[in-house]
Design a protein. Structure first.
Length: 404
């Protein structure tokens, strides 16, 4: 049977890796149809993707709908164009869509990812921020509506692959006693500053921060990798996805990025998933699950791997990791605040208003100030957005304070 796929965030790095697996000349089963695509600012690129993949529907920002529609018709393409968050939501709710690749970056991905869960779709989740902001609401929507959530973040995909089949099929809960899962081990490359001092890290330019040694990724996640906020967001993501407390999720530095994560069992077994650092592998796994498909990925040359290293993370240098643990323990208002502050702080760093090491400071101060306001834990998306907006204001004030 052909899976009809909607790729939200098709113009980004995950979009590229996904579409590389869905080339129109792909003849091997399973078969896929690229049914819908979305883009935000790179609309020239979206137009070429429309020419190449000929989707039925495409989503762009509201203000770009009519111009993009006329560009499509000038190219002789009959594709329905929808706009804004409402457009993204109408795509995930479309009864023709089987699979949604949630690959929009940041909080902008939350409404459509949640709507996909509510519509009971098969979701290939890259947008970790959706679980960071709305983990319990997302997981409940998945369960209540019979959706399937398959992680494509490489660490979570690795853990998923190392879990027993029974948990894979109901990954809303790890039944620890029956399956012997003791701990999850998230691996972290350490990014470009693993072996540099805090002082060197504080002087980093944007170009140095986005220059990841092993992975090629979008700008925001690359900066998150440099501060290790990415691993912090992944800790929160894993706690929700696999329903475990943070004390049962360890982070180990593994600079080679060959082991993508591990599951430790009570009998002393550790199961690990290995592979070249290439997002096409976890995406192919999730696209084809429970089958396997061909992916154009460089095989690992095991004879060429001189050594695999494992190091303890430095929580003073990478304070964002410590903040993520305390945010999980504090609850949803804290995780939303941390995510919102981080988005503001990363943008301020890109705009050269603050230093790379200021990101952790802004995040921590925002979390502290938000903790003093008496927000109840949000129950629905409007309340999440309210906390998110408030945290952004607090974080912007922290950016201003650092600049003065
Ligand atoms: P990119 O920046 O490369 O792509 C982001 C995508 O989101 C683009 O299609 C972009 O459109 C779109 N977008 C940006 N802002 C908005 C908005 N306000 N509304 C709608 N769409 C928007 O990011 P990545 O592909 O690297 O990351 C995407 C997600 O996947 C992130 O959550 C990231 O954490 C996660 N992830 C990424 C990995 C990677 O290897 N890249 C690995 C694991 C997880 P446009 O480009 O047209 O502006
Ligand atoms: Mg990851």
């Amino acid at each position: 049977m052909t899976q009809r796929v909607a790729i939200l965030g098709a113009t980004g790095s995950i979009g590229d890796s996904t579409l590389a697996l869905l080339e129109p000349n792909q003849t091997l089963p399973p078969s896929f149809e690229v049914y819908a695509l979305s883009g935000h600012s790179r609309l020239d690129k979206l137009l070429s993707l429309c020419q190449q993949f000929r989707p039925s529907r495409v989503a762009v920002p509201e203000a770009a709908v009519s111009e993009f529609a006329s560009r499509l018709s000038q190219c002789g393409l009959d594709i329905e164009v929808v706009g804004g968050q409402a457009g993204l939501i109408s795509i995930v709710q479309d009864s023709a869509v089987d699979t949604v690749v949630a690959a929009i970056v940041g909080s902008a991905g939350l409404p459509s990812t949640l709507a996909a869960a509510q519509a009971g779709k098969r979701i290939l989740l890259a947008n970790k921020e959706a679980l960071v902001m709305a983990g319990s609401i997302m997981m409940k929507a998945v369960k209540d509506n019979g959706a399937t959530l398959l992680p494509i973040d490489s660490e979570h995909n690795a853990i998923f692959q190392c879990l027993p089949a029974a948990i894979q099929q109901d990954n809303t809960q790890i039944h620890q006693s029956s399956y012997g899962v003791k701990k999850l081990w998230l691996t972290a490359s350490g990014g470009p500053f693993l072996r540099q001092s805090y002082e060197e890290m504080s002087q980093a330019s944007v170009a140095q921060a986005v220059n990841h040694p092993n992975w090629s990724m979008g700008q925001k996640i690359s900066i998150d990798s440099a501060t290790m906020m990415n691993k912090g967001l992944e800790l929160i993501e894993a706690a929700h996805l696999f329903d475990l407390p943070e004390s049962q999720i360890e982070v180990v530095m593994h600079p080679q990025s060959i082991i993508h994560s591990m599951v430790e069992y009570s009998d002393g077994s550790y199961l690990a998933q290995l592979g070249s650092p290439d997002m096409k592998t976890p995406i192919a796994h999730a696209l084809a699950y429970p089958e396997r498909m061909q992916a154009p990925v460089k095989p690992l040359d095991l004879f060429d791997l001189a050594a695999l290293e494992f190091l303890r993370p430095d929580l003073d240098k990478f304070a964002c990791l410590r903040l993520a643990r305390s945010a999980i323990r504090a609850g949803m208002v804290a995780t939303i605040s941390l995510n919102a502050a981080n988005e503001i702080a990363v943008q301020a760093f890109i705009d050269e208003q603050v230093k790379l090491t200021d990101i952790a400071l802004i995040n921590e101060r925002t979390m502290d100030k938000m903790g003093e306001l008496s927000f109840e834990a949000p129950q629905q998306i409007e309340e999440i957005i309210e906390v998110d907006q408030r945290a952004r204001q607090v974080a912007l004030a922290e950016v201003a304070a650092l600049r003065s």
